[in-house]
Design a binder for this molecule. Structure first.
Ligand code: WT7
Length: 657
């Protein structure tokens, strides 16, 4: 591997990089001030845990670290639902809106609902009492298979109130995937809904759950069915109960169902995430460290103010939604938007209508969503008053500089700080991010480790890589929200994260660090390919392609090549009515060569109307490689639209023939 060539690429990119200094006005009012980085790791988290959480019993010890297992805030007792709901009501914030709920039909529908902290407390208490009547208590695992409805937060918090760990299965997963996960955790209760609303259409959900439960062995004894659409569903006698019936006669008095005092290290939830192969991993998150981590990062990274209206447009079914729609914002007593729908429905400007309607000041979304909006053109955002926005966040994948600039300019009025936040299901909360108002911003860089986070880049031998170099992102010290292992699988936990290096957590992401010490995430290690001995990030190739004004979206992969080891294949979706001609393909190849270097020039550019995306909007990169190599595709059950890959396979064949 010719690392010197890689660093040439890196230097070239870094030199061209724009830098936005922190704006003085913003700095003066920012939650984070530069001395936030001064405290030692343990002192920082100790102070945050004391300040941001309400403890039934104070902890005795901040940290116990026996690699690879951490314990935080040992000896403390607390309850997540108390911290997220009850304490705000007790502190006189009962009338504050917790969620502005916007249904799939959009912000003009009278079905929009404001849910205050007092409402939330009432709903959580009633549902917790309902769960109790089904035998749920401290330690009983509960599965939640709901869409983006307020009841998803209610169900999670009701579990937390009882000390019952939950696992939320993303509502777009198949019933089989849901049943496998609740089966793995040993859940006895599954909470689901009759039908989902997606872009104006109803989608069966209870029927999916039934199908999964009939084909996978689980311990499910009760299925609670929320009536979202009122559509007809088959109810199984003795097993199924409607949510509305379950709560009808339950007490709403908080005293009737007090918050269970939980140990700091008691399990709060499992969230299953896909490994590269094999069965999903049940990522373990415990109570105090997780809550401290999400509350602290939510406060500083988004510069949350008491009157903020915050909107994280992710799905609660993913870790982003757990941490930054439910637990983080509620632990900070914030007002959030909860949107059931998708970006393009009922109109391409639905997001901007929502922001205008509620005066949203903080928006947190993904590069994929930003690129969808780019594709539709800036006129939709520009026809709305978005002047309430102060902070824009990005998460989920590396953000290409063009999307970053578009976001800042067309959504953020050219002035909002854009915070590109790196983290994972496994890390629980944001670990690498700018702090708005104090960190100079560079489009495409997640910049600096959050205070109290010890990130570095290692080469393959475990040496720290200095400025200008690239390697693997690692974390050298524990942080409060880190996973406490993989459920029932110590060996896989050690193998996946702690075997590559003897003294650090291996994140699985490639990264480089520039002369200012800023981190640039390059995508998963498996997105890094090797062409003629040169290490190339397919993410960088994609950035270069998207930088061309004919390109809406690009995905690059390395396919095996007899001459060069690997060759880059780029799949490209064009903007508007541009045509995918041979001339344009040649132009794009040259464009990449010019941007990064000849070594990164794609061997092939294949035009495709769409990308193979999961229902959560992530491009399934594993498939790109298979498509490019003409290999069988394996499991495609999580794809949003399976016909996309068929078209792509045909294009590849045609290109080769
Ligand atoms: C992987 C984790 C964290 C919530 C959503 C994803 C990629 C995430 C960034 C970012 C570059 C990013 C990494 C990471 N990723 N955020 N800001 N820049 N890459 O959670 O499904 O557990 O995926 O997403 O590759 O390892 P996840």
């Amino acid at each position: 591997m010719a690392d010197d060539d890689t660093s040439t690429t890196i230097d070239t990119l870094a030199k061209d990089t724009k830098r936005y200094e922190a704006d003085g006005e913003f700095t003066r009012q920012a939650n984070a001030q530069p001395d936030i980085y001064d405290a030692s790791l343990e002192d920082f988290w100790d102070a945050q845990a004391k300040q941001r959480l309400d403890w039934f019993t104070p902890y005795e010890q901040v940290l116990e670290w026996e690699q690879p297992y951490a314990k935080w805030f040992l000896g403390g007792k607390l309850n997540a639902a108390h911290n997220c709901v009850d304490r705000w009501v007790e502190h006189g914030q009962g009338d504050k809106v917790a969620y502005h709920f916007v249904p799939d039909s959009g912000p003009d529908d009278p079905a929009c609902r404001d849910i205050t902290y007092a409402d939330l407390q009432r709903d959580v208490v009633k549902f917790a009492n309902g769960l109790k009547s089904l035998g749920v208590g401290k330690g009983t695992p509960v599965g939640i298979y709901l869409q983006m409805v307020p009841e998803i937060a209610v169900a999670m918090l009701a579990c937390a109130r009882l000390g019952a760990p939950h696992t939320v299965i993303f509502g777009g997963y198949s019933g089989t995937a849901a049943a496998e996960r609740v089966g793995d955790m040993g859940c006895t209760v599954l909470v689901t809904q009759d039908e989902a609303m997606r872009a104006g259409k109803t989608v069966e959900q209870k029927a999916n759950a039934d199908e999964g439960l009939s084909s996978v062995r689980t311990k499910i004894e009760h299925v609670v069915v929320l009536q979202r659409t009122g559509g007809d569903v088959a109810m199984q006698d003795g097993r199924d109960v409607f949510w509305q019936d379950l709560v009808a006669d339950q007490s709403e008095d908080p005293e009737s169902c007090p918050c269970e005092p939980m140990d700091s290290e008691d399990l709060l939830f499992l969230l299953y995430t896909s490994g590269t192969t094999g069965k999903p991993k049940g990522v373990v998150h415990t109570t105090a460290g997780y809550l401290a981590g999400v509350a602290t990062t939510h406060h500083y990274v988004f510069d949350l103010k008491p009157d903020s209206v915050y909107w994280c447009a992710a799905d609660v079914g993913w870790i982003t939604g757990h941490s930054y729609i439910v637990y983080g914002p509620l632990a900070n007593g914030a007002t959030s938007v909860l949107f059931e729908g998708t970006p393009g429905h009922p109109d391409k400007d639905v997001w901007w209508s929502i922001i205008e309607k509620y005066g949203v000041d903080i928006l947190y979304t993904s590069p994929t969503a930003i690129r969808s909006h780019m594709k539709w053109g800036p006129e939709h955002a520009e026809s709305h008053d978005l002047s309430s926005l102060r902070v824009l966040g990005s998460v989920g994948e590396p953000i290409n500089p063009e999307a970053w600039e578009w976001y800042r300019r067309h959504v953020g009025g050219g002035t909002c700080p854009v915070v590109d936040t790196w983290w994972q299901t496994e890390t629980g909360h944001i670990l690498i991010t700018p702090l708005p108002g104090i960190t100079p911003l560079k489009p495409g860089s997640a910049t600096k480790p959050f205070p109290g986070v010890d990130a570095a880049i290692y080469d393959d031998e475990g040496n720290t890589v200095g400025p200008g170099g690239g390697g693997n992102l690692v974390l050298r010290s524990p942080w409060p929200g880190m996973m406490r292992g993989l459920f029932n699988d110590d060996e896989r936990y050690r193998d996946s994260y702690w075997s590559k290096y003897s003294d650090a957590y291996f994140a699985g992401d490639g990264a480089r660090v520039d002369e200012d010490g800023d981190f640039w995430l390059l995508g998963r290690i498996d997105d890094v390919t090797n062409v003629s001995g040169h290490r190339i990030s397919t993410t960088e190739v994609e950035s270069a392609l998207v930088d061309h004004d004919s390109v809406a979206e690009a995905a690059a992969t390395g396919r095996k090549d007899p001459d060069t080891g690997h060759a880059i294949v780029a799949f490209v979706s064009l903007r508007g009515d541009r045509e995918g001609t041979d001339e344009l393909a040649a132009e794009l190849r040259e464009h990449v060569a010019k941007q990064i270097g000849k070594l990164a020039r794609p061997a092939e550019v294949i035009f495709t109307p769409d990308m193979p995306k999961t229902r959560s909007g992530k491009i399934m990169r594993r498939l790109l490689k298979n498509i490019a190599e003409g290999e069988p595709l394996g499991d495609t059950s999580t794809l949003l639209d399976p016909t996309v890959v068929e078209t792509m396979q045909e294009q590849v064949k045609a290109g080769k023939g």
